[in-house]
Design a binder for this molecule. Structure first.
Ligand code: ZN
Ligand code: ZN
Length: 494
């Protein structure tokens, strides 16, 4: 059972993955009930409640009776030291946390001690009474935070997104109204992603989590574009995107902290830490960009890697060969992609434009926990062409089990592996399979229709292999990069 979070019943049930939970929404940690009478018109009631230590976010949900008599109760909040915001009568629920808060409220530490809910009474008629209830939910640190309390879309599907981009909160810049280069607001990033038909993005400013307050504000407006909490952990020995948590994550690899420590901490948080552009050069040109961790670094800690950065398979940051070296060591590592966009105004489809490349994820629904879960499992392909509709869906069976990209399949010697590839919007391109990195001639076929299912077979030799699909142009340029199916891997992934 996961920790109780400040989320709605729906998402909570989704996280707890329990059918019983569907009937039992999360219980508030504190319920404040009271009565406001006509005598309290034009006054403020301060309602205290205690917050224990170890809380990283709190959510207040407020209801009251008497609306039909025009009774109105406004809301505000003080923490033990200072004012934390006022939403008047415009919000019945709000969240405050260290890095982000619902608009009207201020992010900041969730200090233990006595907090006060401010109930302002702009109108209650003489003789009238109103019963109110404030439900308060506490959240403890969790690696799968979200700015929305329910999935933006239900049902399993391929969801497309961009997992690497920068804004004004680090080194993202764009042109202002009068054409000056200025720090680029988060809104432009979200708008560009939305116009390109993306379903999710992770804004990954360097080391900071200050962009999360903007995302908290933007999420209700962008109700078809899920924001995955992210940041680029930027060290002198390599960069890695952290997906999931919104709290401070110490990036200062140095004398006492190693790269290994970062991965162990991420694992403990149930967060994803994905190595970025590992093949990039390191030096004065791009400081700390290449992956050069200290010698004691254990590659088995890596479960996700940005194999495609900026949309080019052969640019300076291209890292498919680096990723495949990990696969050659027998490791199961999900390849993802990210634009590494630093300017939301780069036109669609250009190198480093938002959405080039896209990471396309087969998830149970459009929510942070489902997306991260599917990425961990490797149910992912990367679309280098920034299309809105290309699909590469591969499943294999040895007649006993079925496996999809990212899964393992027991493939005993002499068994026949049947491959089924479902392709959408890939006509004129070529589907090919790589076995341990080498193209298999018998597993190469032209794609002729807008939507097509291709069937292929492979004789198993009973040995450990990784088999992955690609879609390429007739000239051999990579269009879609598929994740491997792992043959005869005995160890479990997680
Ligand atoms: Zn980087
Ligand atoms: Zn970056």
């Amino acid at each position: 059972m996961k920790k109780i979070r400040s989320v709605s019943a729906l998402l909570f049930c989704l996280l707890a993955a329990s059918i019983a939970c569907a009937q039992s929404p999360p219980r508030p940690d504190i319920v404040l009930r009271g009565t406001i009478t006509g005598k309290q018109n034009h006054t403020y009631e301060m309602v205290p409640f205690d917050v224990p230590s170890g809380i990283v976010a709190l959510t207040v949900t407020f209801h009251y009776t008497g609306h039909e008599q025009r009774t109105t109760i406004d809301l505000g909040l003080f923490d033990p030291q200072r004012f934390r915001g006022w939403s008047g009568g415009n919000k019945s629920t709000f969240t405050v946390s260290e890095s982000n808060a619902t608009p009207s409220y201020l992010p900041g530490p969730i200090l233990p001690g006595t907090w006060k809910l401010i109930l302002g009474v702009p109108n209650i008629r003489p003789g009238a009474t109103s019963q109110y209830e404030a439900d308060i939910y506490f959240a403890r640190q969790d690696g799968e935070e979200s700015f929305t309390d329910q999935p933006l879309r239900n049902g399993p599907a391929w969801y497309r997104g961009d997992l690497h981009m920068h804004t004004a909160h680090s080194d993202g810049s764009c042109l202002s109204q009068s054409g000056r280069k200025v720090p680029c607001p988060v809104f432009l990033t979200a708008q560009a992603a939305s116009e390109r038909g993306l379903d999710f993005i992770a804004v990954t400013d360097h080391n900071t989590d200050s962009h999360e307050d903007a995302l908290r504000e933007l999420q209700p407006y962008f109700d078809q574009l899920l924001f995955v909490p992210g940041r680029e952990i930027t060290t002198f020995w390599g960069h890695a995107n952290l997906f999931g948590p919104t709290q401070f994550f110490d990036f200062r690899v140095g004398d006492t902290t190693t790269t290994r420590t970062l991965f162990e901490r991420a694992e403990k948080l149930h967060a994803i830490l994905s190595i970025n552009h590992p093949n990039a050069p390191t030096g004065e040109e791009c400081m700390g960009c290449g992956w050069t961790p200290q010698q004691q670094f254990d590659p088995r800690l890596v479960h996700v890697m940005e194999a495609v950065n900026g949309g080019d398979e052969d640019g300076p940051h291209a890292s498919i060969s680096f990723w495949e070296k990990y696969l050659d060591q027998g490791l199961r590592v999900t390849a993802i992609g990210g634009s590494d966009n630093h300017n939301a105004q780069i036109p669609a489809g250009k190198t480093n434009a938002i959405g080039r490349p896209e990471t396309v994820v087969y998830a149970d629904n459009l929510s942070v926990p489902s997306l991260l879960d599917a990425i961990r499992k490797g149910h992912v392909f990367v679309d280098l062409s920034a299309s809105r509709d290309r699909i590469l869906d591969v499943s294999v069976t040895d007649n006993q089990q079925m496996a999809k990209m990212g899964d393992a399949l027991a493939a005993p010697a002499n068994s026949t592996i049947a491959i089924s590839a479902h392709l959408v919007a890939c006509q004129g391109l070529l589907l090919r399979f790589l076995l341990d990195g080498q193209p298999v001639h018998a597993l190469q076929t032209n794609i002729q229709q807008t939507e097509q299912v291709l069937a292929l077979t492979l004789k198993a030799d009973g040995k450990k292999h990784w088999l992955r699909p690609d879609v390429v142009t007739p000239e051999g340029r990579l269009v879609l990069l598929g994740n491997p199916i792992y043959l005869n891997y005995t160890e479990s992934r997680e």
